[in-house]
Design a protein around this ligand. Structure first.
Ligand code: SF4
Ligand code: SF4
Length: 484
């Protein structure tokens, strides 16, 4: 082993011991070349974060919103508009009801426009308000911070100044805490399932045996397992490692976007304890409170970081410290990168002009597509086998008429051939002409026509009119085949 490596290991070992970490089974550990993850110790073990709670102005606002959002999540499956659910994603029936409007799989354009509108809205909101979603409305943050961490504090005691739990739980208490997590996750999983199957069917399932609905039970069990794993074990690592939205931030934010940031011009050079005028020190008293409250374990004073979910806990903690030392609040605050550099904050810029314009275009297209949406779909599919049959002087073509009822009511359909007038229509099975709301059917039909009808190039256009009981009309054109 070279002398320099031995020296580095010796220094590393001393550093590990100084930080209360093990030297490692096979000798001292080399320090990582750079900061890797706030949830990792230097020796690669999980660093469990127990952030201290700072009950400031922003925390009170976030708490109100969090409980409102939790309530909304639970009650939405029960809300109905005109007899239809507010939101229901019925995958089995391939129907998606959003704000009482049902989309079928054939509504590709409408679904694409809806998705695109939602996506551009998120991009626009992020460009203006930064990671407001992460800190204020993301279910991961809302449930961890306002449901599960309060449970932790109940069991472990409020977290002390240094950011450690007050009590170490006995095995039994740990089991009780885990059981509580599982129960709450089970409740969330059932609510989640209600968005797909509706509360009525869910209630029936809950009263019956899991064997009667194995797929639904499996979804609930897997969701409960995943949620428990996430909230009990994985926690803030979802934001740090797994969430793709966090990774997109760099492209969605610009230097004018709102961020939670430390004002380094005012704070530096930092100095511990109360400051005197002659100190010429910045306002940061290096109390570390902004670090011990951070749920992702970072130090906001190191600048804009991907791990920051804009939860505002460091603002509350620092404002409390500023009050105590008699300095103005806002050393850590909502601001933008350019504002920190002393530049004017501009709301109007390329992103805040282009995104709303795109949104206006998308919403107009969506409104137009919804207003011109037909009450039903009608499509002709040629029957299998010979293209036509000739019986005496009559030629017969076989088709299937595919009907989709897009209205919210049951409909009866009438079919009439518009041209050629010599052609006659025979519906083989009329069952499919009566459709319930959202139902689809294949209606087998025969078209007969006299063989004297001219077939110059072997085919002839035909126009079929379909009318439903709400007087919605569609004309379907296709071609008849016959002898030349
Ligand atoms: S809480 Fe404020 S004063 Fe304390 S270390 Fe953080 S930035 Fe400095
Ligand atoms: S740095 Fe501040 S705003 Fe960002 S995650 Fe940590 S406490 Fe929340």
């Amino acid at each position: 082993m070279s002398e320099s490596v031995t020296k580095e290991r010796k220094e590393s070992s001393e550093a590990n011991i100084a930080q209360g970490m093990p030297e490692g089974g096979n000798g001292p550990l080399l320090p990582p070349p750079e900061h890797v993850l706030s949830t990792l110790e230097r020796d690669g073990k999980r660093r469990w974060l127990r952030p201290k709670l700072s009950q400031g102005l922003w925390w009170h606002r976030r708490r109100i919103l969090a409980y409102v959002l939790m309530l909304i999540f639970v009650v939405v499956p029960y809300i109905r508009i005109g007899g239809k659910p507010l939101i229901q994603l019925d995958i089995a029936a391939r129907e998606f009801t959003i704000f009482g409007h049902t989309f079928l799989p054939t509504d590709t354009l409408l679904l694409a426009l809806t998705m695109l509108t939602a996506f551009i809205s998120i991009v626009f909101i992020t460009a203006v308000t930064g990671r407001a979603w992460c800190g204020w409305a993301c279910p991961q943050t809302v449930y961890i911070e306002f449901l599960f961490r309060p449970i932790d504090r109940l069991f472990e005691g409020t977290v002390g100044k240094g950011g450690q739990a007050k009590r170490k739980l006995s095995g039994l208490l740990e089991l009780v805490r885990f059981g509580l997590y599982v129960l709450l996750c089970m409740f969330l999983a059932h609510t989640f399932l209600a968005y797909f199957v509706g509360p009525e069917r869910l209630a029936t399932w809950m009263r019956g045996s899991p064997m009667e609905h194995p797929a639904g039970f499996a979804v609930m069990a897997v969701t409960t397992g995943l949620l428990t794993y996430d909230f009990y074990f994985f926690r803030e690592q979802t934001c740090l490692i797994a969430c793709p939205y966090g990774r997109f931030q760099s492209v969605m934010l610009d230097r004018q976007s709102l961020i939670v940031a430390y004002d380094y011009n005012r704070g530096e050079p930092r100095k511990k304890g109360k400051h005197n005028l002659e100190d010429k020190a910045g306002h940061c008293v290096d109390c570390n409170q902004c670090v011990v409250v951070c749920p992702t374990g970072i130090d906001i004073r190191n600048g804009l970081q991907m791990e920051c979910i804009n939860c505002t806990q460091c603002i509350d903690a620092c404002d409390t410290v500023m009050d105590k030392v008699g300095l103005p609040r806002g050393l850590i605050r909502y601001t933008s990168q350019e504002s920190l550099e002393g530049k004017q904050r501009r709301f109007l810029r390329a992103r805040t002009i282009i995104y709303p314009l795109v949104l206006v275009g998308l919403v107009s297209a969506l409104a137009f597509a919804l207003s011109t949406k037909y009450g039903f779909d009608a499509r002709i599919i040629r029957g299998k086998g010979a293209p036509f049959t000739t019986i005496e002087r009559t030629v017969v073509n076989s088709f299937n008429l595919r009907l989709v009822n897009r209205t919210d009511e049951a409909q009866r359909y009438q079919l009439t051939i518009q041209s050629p007038t010599e052609a006659e229509l025979e519906v083989i099975d009329e069952t499919g002409l009566n459709l319930d709301a959202g139902e689809t059917a294949m209606v087998p039909i025969h078209v007969r026509f006299p063989s004297r009808l001219t077939f110059g190039d072997g085919n002839e256009p035909i126009l079929l009119q379909v009318v439903d009981s709400s007087e919605n009309k569609r004309e379907v054109s296709f071609r008849l085949l016959g002898p030349r």
